[in-house]
Write a protein that binds this ligand. Structure first.
Ligand code: ADP
Ligand code: ADP
Length: 229
């Protein structure tokens, strides 16, 4: 599903040059659950942004679903993202002015689905996340755990092949964090590939494979390849 070779990202600002990713090699297969760990500034967000086709690397190769994406325009990357990649964030990133249902429906609107089709998909996603009773609530009326479940409903509503999660339990207490991790595990068991950045060793245990990053390089966890847990 994902093949990164010699992946490099150099940020250039005025006088400073930062190598955020340094010739990194990584393969993610369909059905994998990968956790990415490492100290602040080691390149985790940069890697997740490139994997999510939100940003381009400055060197190397990044193949997603068999397509080389390096050099793609924003328009091409957006086309690849749609329906293929779902995002989950630490701070949920729900739109406060929209209800749970309206938030979860957004990716389908971008895909241009018919209202009747959209309705079926969004109700299925909300149901899966146990959010049907809360579908007409606004984010501020929900607990953190409920907001993250709404955000996961939004991430899965298009049945994406890949879910990218950036510290999905970072703003949750341990009980709600466990609930969210169990939902992610369930999605993975049903075949969705998951790549998650986390600081939590407890969360990382849900993954099949842990990749440790340091200074933009993988320090362990590769090339040992495991499937299943
Ligand atoms: P992490 O997510 O592991 O904390 P990041 O990927 O955010 O790491 O950052 C990796 C390195 O790249 C850091 O040194 C950071 O300061 C730098 N960096 C990240 N984003 C930018 C940017 N937009 N411009 C310049 N430097 C950046
Ligand atoms: P939790 O203990 O699950 O984190 P909270 O203490 O935040 O939950 O809230 C308890 C319940 O009250 C939750 O089910 C939540 O949906 C509901 N709730 C919290 N804040 C509001 C609000 N501003 N309006 C309506 N319902 C709310």
């Amino acid at each position: 599903m994902i093949k990164a070779e010699n992946l490099t990202k150099v940020y250039r600002t005025d006088e400073i040059e930062t190598t955020a990713l340094n010739r990194l090699n990584l393969e993610v297969k369909e059905g994998d659950f990968v956790a990415i760990m490492g100290p602040s500034g080691c390149g985790k967000s940069t890697l997740l942004n490139i994997m999510g086709l939100l940003d381009n690397p400055t060197g190397g190769s990044y193949q997603f679903l068999g397509e080389e994406t390096v050099g793609y325009s924003e328009r091409d990357r957006s086309r690849m993202r749609k329906g293929n990649i779902g995002f989950i964030f630490q701070s949920f990133n729900l739109i406060d002015e929209l209800t749970v249902l309206e938030n979860a429906e957004l990716p389908l609107q971008y895909l241009g689905l018919k209202a009747s089709e959209s309705k079926i998909k969004v109700e299925k996603a909300l149901d899966k996340m146990g959010m049907t009773p809360r579908k007409n609530h606004f984010p501020q009326q929900l607990s953190g755990g409920q907001q993250q479940r709404a955000a996961i409903a939004r991430a899965v509503v298009t049945d994406p092949k890949l879910i990218l999660a950036d510290e999905p339990t970072g703003n949750l207490d341990s009980g709600h964090g466990k609930e969210v991790m169990e939902l992610l595990k369930e999605l993975n068991d049903q075949g969705t590939t998951i790549v998650m950045v986390t600081h939590s060793p407890i969360d990382a245990e849900y993954a099949d494979r842990i990749i440790h990053l340091k200074d933009g390089m993988i320090v362990e966890g590769e090339p040992v390849y495991q499937t299943g847990s």
